[in-house]
Design a protein around this ligand. Sequence first.
Ligand SMILES: [Zn+2]
Length: 411
Amino acid sequence: MHTQLNSYDLVLKNGWVIDPSQSLNGRFDVAICDGKIAAIAEQLPPYETKQEIAASQYLICPGFIDLHVHVYEWATTFGVAADDVGINAGVTTIVDQGSSSPFTFAGFQSEVIAKSKTDVRSFLLVNHAANQTIGSILSGLESPQKVKIETLIKLAQANPQIVRGFKVHADSGSISRWGMGVLALARQIGDQTNLPLYVHTGELFPVVEANRPNPEKLVENALTYMKAGDILGHCYSCQPDGLMGIRTQIPQWLLAAIEQGILLDLGHGLKFSFAVARRMLAQGVFPDTISSDAHGSFKNLHDDSTLTYSLCGAISKLVALGLDLEKAIAAVTLNPARVLKAETELGTLKVGSIADISILQLVEGEWCFFDALEEKLVAQQKLIPVGVVRSGEFIQPSGRFLRDLVARASA
Ligand SMILES: [Zn+2]
């Protein structure tokens, strides 16, 4: 008797699979065909395949999603190469947080999205200054009077695959200049598009000192413009106007906001504090999504030498601080996929979803991490990306930006 074998393009054999979207944590074979997940089973029935990877040493997860990066290279001072924070860092989907505007979006599409192997999405900055405008421009931000919300809404509606939300700043600098004007516009745009707002927290832009807002009230006031599904960025920031600020107890209004469905994002960046993370984790407040906020120098054009953190580094740090590994994996797969309203195709290894996969090694042994304040954290494990499958294609990451995970060559 002749039986027809299942035929695949790629099989990852006997890997340790963690897929929170299906509550999987164990040994599985994953089969890929035509860029989609074709099968996942403890042991696949007899098959033939063009390529097979013995994965028993590896952790296999749905392709990681980094919800906060800056990758508009050349058009912004701080934009870095998309594929270097994407596939080359073990990440299959990245979301640019606010580097493009209606004036520059077409360039972002043709120069970044179209030329990247990584799946690149965008949150548009609500008050992005068009660099073509002659007039007073503050650090790339525009006053609310100059924002045309119809233009932003139209752009989002014309590009539903790419534009998945809107970025706005609730930092002391912006509020000291414009009060809550930009947040009020963001609320209108969010309501009219049914897309989430990503709200930056923590001092960032120059502050008009005469108008400096009360740091303890700032995030609480910003929340009055936010709804369930909106995101507070930089949740473990060391800045006094951040979520925790100098408090020791989580404020009631923050617990109430979380209860109502406001999401917290790590947004590692330059202000991540282990001490703040410890205080908040101890009181049961952890990030729904873990993101890197990977960006280059704000001051020098095209200078990525300042980028010393990565998404897998951020996950490793949170696990060292006590976050459960499965929860951490959900925070870079299922949870950000939900933010993107793409959970049927991304952040999952369900049969039929896009074959985007992160392949990692959980390396045991003592390793030192450092935070924004140079506090040291000794970890017993770290997560190193060793491969990705992007839309069915196996790619080996260059690891160029894994500077927090790889030992620096000693001088
Ligand atoms: Zn950022």
